[in-house]
Design a binder for this molecule. Sequence first.
Ligand SMILES: Nc1ncnc2c1ncn2[C@@H]1O[C@H](COP(=O)(O)OP(=O)(O)OP(=O)(O)O)[C@@H](O)[C@H]1O
Ligand SMILES: [Mg+2]
Length: 493
Amino acid sequence: MAETPILEPCIPLPIAERTLIDVTEKAKDWAIMHGAAMRSKTNFSSDTLNFAPFILMPSSFPRKEFEKAKNLQTIINQLMHNVAHDEEFLTTTLAETVKVDEFTANLFNVYKKVLANGFGQPISLGLLRSDLMLETNCAELLEKEKQAPCAYCCWKQVEINTIASGFGHLGPISKDIQSFVMSELGHADKIKYMPENTALSGLCGGMIKAWEVYAQPKAVILFVIEDISYNICDQRFHEFYIREQRPDIKVLRRTLTEVHKEGKLGPNKELLLGEYEVAVIYFRAGYEPLHYHSQNEWDARYMMECSRAIKCPSIHYHLAGTKKVQQALAQPEMLERFISDPEKIKAVGQIFTGLYSLDDSEAGNASYEMALKEPERFVLKPQREGGGNNVYGADIPDALRKMSRVERAAWILMDLIQPPISKGYMIRPGGKSPPEVVDLVSELGIFGVILGDVDNVICNYQAGHMLRTKLSTANEGGVAAGLGALDSPYLLD
Ligand SMILES: Nc1ncnc2c1ncn2[C@@H]1O[C@H](COP(=O)(O)OP(=O)(O)OP(=O)(O)O)[C@@H](O)[C@H]1O
Ligand SMILES: [Mg+2]
């Protein structure tokens, strides 16, 4: 196999030891003092914060691919909006999956019940994040351009998130930490290659717009949260930004369990929590089975879905974000169902890497055989969010052999994307001092905001980005999950 291309670093490495120690210590303090932080999982206290792991300097990323990803986001927003409103597509696509995956089946039940009872609110708010990685084995580009290593890359979608798309604060703040470091190191002139990041204002702007559309001046925005929020800064900065922009909009935080206890529907399907009417529900929880301790939490989800409040996401948007739907969308001709412009179909079609069904069908059984034969080419994914659920490479055959033919329908198979490597310093709480230069790979997330009902889109825009970076040897790079680090792109022309 060809060697993995290495992207050129933004400044020469390594940095002299004394300088490196000094700048690292400053940057850690800068991070804590500006809320680039999380609660510790190993030593939890709601009274303390650790800085979030970060990459000391920005990681190189080809400008052309960055711009392409940003420019495509409104089309992806509209695509997901259309998918979410296509009952027949969601129902047929998820038919086999819901037979074997209890969690997706529970979500689908909520959807069916709401469909039967009528939606309390036709408008949905999508705060989406399209995650992507650069692919170095890009046949199309290898043919055309043989210049610098980054010219060999094109980006491919890892997945699209329609629920709890985090890092609206941690994305932009990563750029700020690294800009501080670049200045400290005497490279302030290079900050101009780090793109502006409007994620926090963009995402909060979507929530504020939805609140305005609800048009009830006393109503509040509800954040539905986990029992413990480790990623507290990211969430709180959304709340604080909304409060700063609009002191008249109150934000409440409640778990699903609390919504079940305190919530009820009013005569016009208003969601009432104590004395408050809820205009907008922003789910930062509810995307994994552990968030539903009992039927109570499912009842709370159903009550919210029936209500007049504008949901982010509503249940059909949540289902549109499943891995199974992503796999179905990547099949030839499928996009034509949702997008009419052939140019746009082509542009979106190019972002998909191979995605394969594992249903008990001819095609599904062929993908099963293919995965057993060459497992190192693939990732096996269940219908889960939040990281840590996928099976990689050599572990795939055992995992697949343990499943019945029918059970395989809960999973999809995806080509493993092979990103280029960048070199840098990963700074972690309790990490080595001075840090060492390590091999890294990055994943870019582009945020999108879309608000509207089936026929009428009120707003649709691209809303900034986030970059997560992990050691090149790690399979997954979730920052809250513990393997990834905050980062931001340094654009190479
Ligand atoms: N096809 C792929 N090729 C290479 N790496 C992948 C691929 N798919 C997923 N990964 C890695 O695994 C991680 C988790 O995968 P994915 O995003 O599909 O799961 P998730 O549980 O929905 O995660 P998230 O919490 O980011 O929403 C990705 O962030 C990426 O690092
Ligand atoms: Mg996800």
